[in-house]
Design a protein. Structure first.
Length: 265
């Protein structure tokens, strides 16, 4: 597992966007052999999406032969709802790049058969050849997607009841009204994420320093879901300096030393 430490969020977002762009460019995807990305929502990836849009508009990369699978979606919110993850992705990313609509996959939180929707999503990932790179963020409690503390480390895409802490945290997107926040979601599982060829997790800010400490220095535990990355063959965590406050000084120095010897990516 690589830990990359940058000065601030902007530096992290730029590095991630350039890393993903290079992966796509090096893969030279075609219609027959596309590049498959797993993508998150929330504030964490916004800087990445902004930079990827710039790289697309400049002609450096194209998304014409890229397939995407998003991590999650609220149950009960229609695609056009401003708080739905469909709306978020199209507004902040998909509407600004040259991706084909048929290559975009987001869970349908209004499906009549929610369990069937989850099953079809897993099947679609397999049909696409598997996810090459899964980008994500981690919460203050170490959750990834809507896989909160206590989630099975082998879980697959499923219906998930949200905890009170998650509902409270997400109420900021719903006029700070907890009653407006959906209580269930559809989410890819931890096992689904771990199946990806690469997993790249962004963490920034002092509030996430405990979670970073657990994944880097702690043991693998369902109570800190992001810690499962210790078992992935190709995992990268990128964090800003503010997020490293709980790490031992020697740990931070060790990873910085390694990265100082790396060429580009």
């Amino acid at each position: 597992m690589r830990l990359i430490i940058k000065d601030d969020y902007t530096a992290c977002a730029d590095w991630v966007a350039n890393y993903i762009a290079k992966k796509i460019k090096d893969a030279a995807p075609t219609e027959e052999k596309p590049y498959v990305l797993g993508l998150p929502t929330g504030s964490t990836p916004l800087g990445v999406y902004k930079k990827l849009i710039e790289l697309n508009k400049s002609g450096y990369i194209s998304f014409k032969n890229v397939i995407t699978f998003n991590m999650d979606e609220y149950v009960g919110l229609k695609d056009e709802d401003p708080q739905s993850y469909h709306y978020f992705m199209y507004t902040n990313f998909f509407n600004h790049i040259d991706i084909k609509k048929e290559n975009i996959h987001i869970l349908n939180g209004c499906a009549e058969d929610l369990e069937g929707e989850c099953k079809k999503y897993e099947e679609a990932i397999v049909a696409a050849g598997g996810i090459d790179l899964f980008l994500g963020g981690a919460g203050n409690d170490g959750h990834i997607a809507f896989n909160e503390p206590g989630s099975s480390l082998t879980s697959r895409t499923r219906l998930k009841t949200l905890t009170d802490d998650t509902i409270k945290a997400n109420s900021r997107f719903f006029d700070n009204d907890i009653s407006k926040v959906p209580t269930t979601s559809l989410t890819v599982g931890i096992g689904t994420i771990m199946d990806a060829g690469e997993v790249l997790i962004m963490m920034s800010g002092a509030a996430k320093s405990r979670a970073l400490q657990q994944v880097v220095e702690g043991s693998v535990s369902a109570m800190w879901p992001v810690s499962i990355l210790q078992l992935h063959k190709s995992a990268i965590i990128i964090a800003d300096e503010d997020c490293t406050g709980e790490l031992k000084v020697s740990t931070a120095k060790y990873f910085k030393s390694i990265e100082s010897k790396m060429k580009d990516f």
